[in-house]
Design a binder for this molecule. Structure first.
Ligand code: PLP
Length: 228
């Protein structure tokens, strides 16, 4: 199956890019974006020692989380958060990377079961200010980050963004640099952020060059998906 070959290739590229931009070896982790992919394909990724998976749709993810519960996997919710799904997300995911409203963060905090570790979260930034994308604007980031940081059942880990689509490396990097700067400013305010979730199949090299610590790859591993 080509999933194996693709994972090998992506991991090789991640390691080479770390090296090329003086990043520490293994400072970038891979989140396998498994939305719309079958259990068999996910199992092929697990066989390649992948244990971090990203999903955008709760209903679809629940089937997979249940079916794969015998593996030690880390599930990241990376999609738009609907209020009526908050309880499921807080109960079955390890991470939520798409926080952009305090009310949602508060509801996740309220719903996170006491028997589980705090939910790791990232704030999603709408770095290109696109109307079609969710995420908070940079101007409002500090206020939201400080409020989320106070919620005791959540652990604010960092920032996530999906920049506007650019083909060329330099345009991609400019936006990722802004994200790195924003993270740095929050760290200077005393927030302990260790994650920058930046980079997808078409732009992960630029993201790594700018300081990403987690790239989220779907198509580069599974090929084209059938969009919903
Ligand atoms: C689908 C998706 C990805 C993966 O994108 P690819 O282009 O398939 O690598 C990454 N992050 C988010 C938030 C996504 O929705």
């Amino acid at each position: 199956m080509s999933v194996k070959r693709n994972i090998k290739k992506i991991i090789t590229e991640i390691r080479q890019t770390e090296k090329a931009f003086n990043r520490l070896p293994y400072s970038v982790s891979l989140l396998v974006v498994s939305k719309s992919q079958s259990l068999d394909k996910i199992k092929a990724a697990i066989a390649m020692e992948q244990n971090r998976f990203g999903e955008n749709y709760v209903q679809e993810a629940m089937v997979k989380i249940n079916a794969l519960r015998d593996y030690q996997l880390e599930w990241h919710f990376i999609g738009a958060i609907q209020t009526n799904k908050i309880h499921l997300i807080a109960t079955h995911f390890d991470w939520v990377q798409s926080i952009s409203h305090l009310k949602i963060a508060q509801a996740l905090n309220f719903s996170r079961p006491l028997g589980l570790a705090p939910l790791s979260v990232c704030i999603q930034v709408n770095i290109s200010k696109e109307k079609s994308k969710s995420g908070i604007h940079l101007a409002n980031l500090l206020e939201l980050a400080e409020a989320v940081n106070k919620l005791d059942r959540l652990r604010l880990r960092g920032l996530m963004a999906i920049p506007a689509y650019y083909k060329d490396f330099n345009s991609q990097k400019l936006l990722f640099d802004k994200m790195k700067e924003a993270q740095q400013q929050l760290i200077e305010k005393g927030l302990l952020l260790d994650v920058l979730s930046l980079g997808m199949t078409h732009d992960f090299s630029a993201a790594i060059s700018a300081g990403s610590t987690m790239v989220r790859i779907g198509m580069g591993i599974f090929g084209l998906r059938e969009e919903k």
